[in-house]
Design a protein around this ligand. Structure first.
Ligand code: HEC
Length: 173
């Protein structure tokens, strides 16, 4: 089963596209640097709850720049991709891109990534370990890794987080 999983993953590495999935990590970064001063972190606070209408809706942010005088100075300050990332962050303020991918992986490959995983960080990786199947998935420097400690060799680099997010995002992650 592990071999089948890796075969599927290898195909995904060949995935090439100019399309980018939205990143909650970058959305959090941009929000904390530009919006949190007025909207707080986490953003679904009681002070200005209307910010949440922009969850998964970048147009609501563009609209806010036009209708909120206090925000007009931000008009034109962000790329389309940054606005998409902020909107994704507002939709999922408590998660990370790594966790989105791990959650998607568990739903997509339940035979391999099943049971209650143990999350942790080590050697620059953020990982989840699955005790039942004795495998790790992890991320480091925005790449995705797979590690089976029963096999010789280093963790296998499966490709960039962004290529996997392109698959996870349409599936609702
Ligand atoms: C200088 C303060 C300030 C900053 C910075 C700011 N906002 Fe706002 N924002 C406001 C105020 C004031 C409102 C109106 C009060 C409310 O709607 O809760 C508002 C409302 C909004 C709304 C709701 C608009 C509507 O349709 O009613 C959204 C969405 C929003 N902000 C997103 C953002 C995002 C994203 C950023 C960062 C890129 C940001 N804001 C930065 C002050 C700010």
């Amino acid at each position: 089963m592990k071999t089948v999983f890796l075969g599927g993953m290898a195909l995904l590495v060949l995935w090439q596209s100019d399309v980018q999935a939205a990143s909650v990590d970058n959305g959090r970064h941009v929000f904390e640097g530009n919006c949190a001063v007025c909207h707080g972190t986490p953003p679904d606070n009681l002070i200005r709850p209307k910010v949440m209408i922009a969850a998964d809706n970048p147009n609501a942010i563009r609209n806010a720049f036009n209708i909120q005088p206090q925000m007009s100075f931000l008009n034109g300050a962000f790329t389309d991709s940054e606005l998409r990332d902020i909107a994704k962050y507002l939709a999922k303020p408590t998660t990370t891109d790594s966790d989105r991918l791990f959650d998607w992986g568990q739903a997509t490959y339940p035979e391999l990534l099943s049971g209650a995983p143990l999350a942790g960080t080590a050697l620059g990786y953020y990982y989840r370990y699955y005790p039942i199947t004795n495998v790790f998935v992890g991320t480091q420097n925005r790449d995705v890794f797979f590690y089976d400690p029963s096999q010789p060799g280093d963790p296998l680099n499966l490709g960039s987080m962004d290529s996997f997010l392109l698959l996870a995002e349409p599936a609702g992650y």
